[in-house]
Design a protein around this ligand. Structure first.
Ligand code: GLU
Length: 436
């Protein structure tokens, strides 16, 4: 299974403008770590567009994994090199950068185990929407926003009214995400409550047709939702804390109908900037997904760091089923904007009737319980903005939000693959092994 990756690492791929730009964005950090500079900055510069990027060290790492299995990481020589690199970061002695040593031990790696968790699930217009459970905030936040919107027939609304509702539902879901979602091994995370229709109903009534909610919106209480007809605003409002950067999402299906939605991340493009010498891969900086300080000292922040605790993610790999049949799967990178990208793409497709590729390509808005909603240029320059501003919305520009991919099951067991048409120079959507 690792052979194709090993081959790709050894033979290389052609550098495109996105890869060059992402490397250039990291140049100042990369140059301070000789192993990283050697790999990513040939001749001291980001690789030229059109050149071939090869990573023979990574090819050897894949070969080692193929031979020895993942034990090479958790108990073996790769793990030893990771621990050594973390404990004594291989920084250029001439660099001005302060690089703090980490405290990772071989025992930490040995005792690590992935968690098998039930996904989040909610019913949306008769379909089952499955997402990633806490400590990701993706599944609960997408589900809550869908449930808030479910009582409105979004297919009948004008573009402006649709965007208004979508923005307000996102705002509310982020208020609840901030107050309630963290690592369930360390915090009481009310996953069931957050994804329940009863809780969403106690929040949906905050949305007005002709006015905009003031951020930060206070959170509700999913453990004890306000009764029917009364809107839940009992929490203490706090702004959304620092939100991480972003990387990659893949969605695949096979001929048997298995579907994988996979957000793979080292937190930001370039991770920590530290390459494990001789191994060809970067270490992540995923711990920056913790809140560095509580959003408000008066409010409990479930995402403060703690021993053995996992940081809150926003990854939202999403699979939609009709009964037991897959309908659609999708996801995106984008840090906290992942949640709004996945939500908006689902709504564009399921409610607004856009083909999946158009639902992905449509210009994005992202509201995360902040005073201003971010707009991509297509909406910033479009006719909707002035009408939304007249309602009370406030906007700022974001040149590009997310990089989604998705698959959709068609009749006769066929599949449609969709990816970005423009963002990041266009994504990749294809049949990998066509039927002969
Ligand atoms: N580490 C971030 C998260 O889990 C970013 C994910 C991404 O966009 O790559 O939310």
């Amino acid at each position: 299974m690792l052979k194709p990756a090993e081959r790709l690492a050894r033979d290389g791929f052609t550098v495109d403008p996105t890869f060059r730009q992402q490397t250039a964005d990291n140049q100042a950090r990369f140059k301070d770590f000789p192993a990283t500079a050697k790999l990513f900055l040939p001749g001291g510069e980001p690789p030229a567009v059109g050149s071939t990027f090869r990573n023979p060290d990574l090819a050897r790492t894949y070969a080692l994994l193929a031979e020895k299995g993942v034990g090479a990481i958790y108990k073996g020589e790769l793990g030893r090199d990771i621990v050594d690199t973390v404990r004594k970061p291989p920084v250029d002695p001439k660099a001005q950068r302060v690089v703090r040593a980490g405290d990772l031990t071989a025992e930490d790696l040995r005792s690590y185990a992935t968690k098998r968790q039930a996904p989040t699930r909610t019913d949306y217009r008769g379909l089952d929407v499955y997402g990633m459970a806490p400590s990701s905030s993706g599944g609960t936040s997408v589900a809550e926003a869908l449930n808030i919107l479910e009582k409105t027939d979004l297919s009948k609304l004008s573009d402006v009214d649709y965007l208004h509702r979508y923005i307000e539902a996102s705002r509310i879901a982020f208020a609840d995400r901030g107050r309630w979602v963290g690592d369930p091994a360390a915090e009481d995370v009310p996953t069931k409550g957050l994804t329940s229709q009863r809780f969403a109903d106690s929040r949906a009534c905050l949305i007005k047709d002709d006015a905009v909610l003031k951020s930060p919106v206070p959170p509700g209480d999913p453990n004890n939702p306000a009764g029917p007809g009364s809107c839940d605003t009992r929490g203490h409002a706090a702004p959304t804390t620092y939100e991480g950067e972003n990387t990659t999402h893949l969605t695949v299906a096979d001929k048997w109908g298995n579907v994988v939605a996979y957000t793979l991340t080292i937190e930001q493009t370039g991770g920590s900037g530290i390459t494990v010498p001789g191994r060809g891969f970067l270490l992540n900086n995923e711990l920056t997904d913790f809140s560095f300080a509580p959003a408000d000292p008066a409010v409990h922040d479930p995402n403060l760091p703690g021993p053995g605790k996992r940081p809150r993610s926003s990854m939202s790999p999403t699979i939609v089923l009709d009964g037991h049949k897959p309908v659609l799967a999708l996801g995106s990178p984008g840090g906290a904007t992942i949640i709004t990208t996945v939500l908006q793409t689902l709504l564009n497709h399921l409610d607004r009737g856009m083909p999946l590729v158009d639902a992905i390509a449509a210009p994005r808005a992202s509201q995360r319980n902040a005073a201003q909603t971010e707009l991509e240029p297509g909406l910033w320059n479009g006719p909707e903005r002035a009408k939304l501003e007249a309602l009370g919305h406030s906007f700022k520009q974001n040149p590009e939000i997310g990089a989604a991919t998705g698959v959709q099951r068609l009749s006769g067991g066929r599949w449609l693959a969709a990816a970005e048409t423009e963002r990041r120079g266009g994504g990749s959507a294809m049949v990998v092994s066509p039927k002969r």
